[in-house]
Design a binder for this molecule. Structure first.
Ligand SMILES: C[S@@+](CC[C@H](N)C(=O)[O-])C[C@H]1O[C@@H](n2cnc3c(N)ncnc32)[C@H](O)[C@@H]1O
Ligand code: SF4
Length: 388
């Protein structure tokens, strides 16, 4: 079904590329990541990615690519040479925007950090490094393959390699973690003056080792104290808290992620990658969600299709989904932006909007964004836009 209101412009377009292998599976992780065997079939995977992309090209519709994100799994397990080959193929098929942001997710093991300089030469211009913690006992509890020294060294190597734009991932609320230890992790990260910091509270996800054998997490009260004190620390260091878990220095927001939250489009290639694409027809916008074959061995099997499924988003769901994404951003979105991206008027989702405003969770006027109270009870606010 096409959405009722015609909008003249298509959203900006990004590209997500999934690399599904890791050295070993972390007990808290529910991402599509699989323990790598002795050899990763790099060349076959690069060839598959380009063939996969080939089949998605009709969704580009003349747009240039604003950002690329290599996510995982552990994209830093692939060699710089593999990325060089891949970029040649990508550039033959796509137009890169002049100021394109190209991020690669990396683990801080020595094997990976030694490749940072070579990655920089391929055109990758942003690294996102999964530090998680600097405390040996927490790294151990999280089943990380790197230690504290490797984490510190990897951050130094980001700078040495010439990356002036990078993100560090930290997690808090870890098994046995005190408030002081969580803050100490943040302080250590800040000592490197990262342009961006993602600070996630550990969640226990179904289908993980931690779900089966739950570790003892800090008490609820400690979790709140960690959160409050951490926010205060980051803000006093000049970081802008612009999304639930994302903090950045001025102008260093993760453009790729901001595009997701602003309900932009993205092609998703690679094992299990998800995409969201909009097409423009005489009836208006059609929005499609896509997902690719999940298991690496199936994705690499030429007898199996890359595209595992796709689904049109109907008008009301488009409005609700747009809000669920945009409300994660502190700045929210304007009503005009909402209509441009979804093709529907705001009145279509009048009921949850009115309800959220009545409860003081959504600003009553101006842009669509959470009030300070709404930010405090963000899960409740987002749940109001869940379609059931
Ligand atoms: C795709 S993951 C992994 C990137 C990279 N492979 C790594 O582990 O360093 C991106 C980030 O999500 C966060 N993350 C993963 N699972 C999580 C969970 N259960 N709770 C909170 N944060 C999580 C971690 O900080 C991780 O670095
Ligand atoms: S290294 Fe990252 S993607 Fe791989 S299992 Fe651990 S958290 Fe998940």
């Amino acid at each position: 079904m096409s959405l009722p209101i015609a909008s003249q412009t298509l959203p900006p377009l990004s590209l997500y590329i999934h690399v599904p292998w890791c050295i070993r599976k972390c007990p808290y992780c529910d991402f599509n990541s699989h323990q790598a065997g002795s050899d990763i079939p790099e060349a076959a995977y690069i060839a598959a990615l380009l063939n996969d992309l080939e089949q998605d090209l009709h969704w580009v519709q003349g747009r240039s690519i604003q950002s690329i994100f290599f996510g995982g799994g552990t994209p830093s397990l692939l060699s710089a040479g593999a990325y060089t080959q891949l970029f040649i193929g990508l550039k033959q098929r796509l137009t890169f925007a002049d100021n394109i942001e190209i991020t690669l997710e990396a683990n801080p093991g020595t094997f990976e950090a030694e490749k940072f300089s070579a990655y920089r030469q391929t055109g990758i211009n942003r690294l996102s490094v999964g530090i998680q913690s600097f405390h040996p006992e927490h790294l151990k509890a999280l089943g990380r393959v790197h230690d504290r020294e490797q984490a510190l060294r990897a951050i130094e190597m980001i700078r040495t390699a010439g990356f002036d734009n990078f993100n560090l991932d930290l997690m808090h609320g870890l098994p046995g973690q005190t408030e002081e230890q969580a803050l100490d992790d943040v302080r250590t990260a800040l000592s490197f003056e990262p342009p961006h910091l993602s600070w996630y509270q550990l969640t226990i996800e179904p289908n993980t080792e931690f779900y089966k054998y739950p570790p003892k997490l800090p008490e609820e009260e400690t979790l709140w104290e960690i959160q409050d004190a951490g926010h205060a620390l980051l803000e006093s260091a000049g970081f802008q808290h612009y999304e639930i878990s994302a903090y950045s220095q001025q102008g260093k927001q993760a453009r790729h992620n901001v595009n997701y939250w602003q309900f932009g489009d993205y092609l998703g290639i690679g094992a299990g990658a998800h995409g969201k694409v909009t097409t423009l027809g005489p009836q208006g916008l059609t929005i499609l969600r896509t997902w690719k074959t999940r298991l690496p061995k199936d994705y690499l099997n030429p007898d199996k299709p890359f595209l595992a499924g796709s689904e049109k988003i109907d008008a009301e769901d488009a409005g609700l989904e747009c809000m669920m994404n945009a409300l994660r951003l502190h700045q929210g979105i304007s009503e005009q932006h909402f209509t441009e991206r979804t093709g529907v008027p705001l009145s279509l989702i009048d009921r949850p909007i009115t309800e959220a405003r009545r409860k003081g969770l959504l600003e009553a006027e101006g842009d669509l964004r959470a009030t300070p109270l709404g930010r405090q009870y963000l899960n409740e606010l987002l749940a109001m836009f869940l379609n059931d």
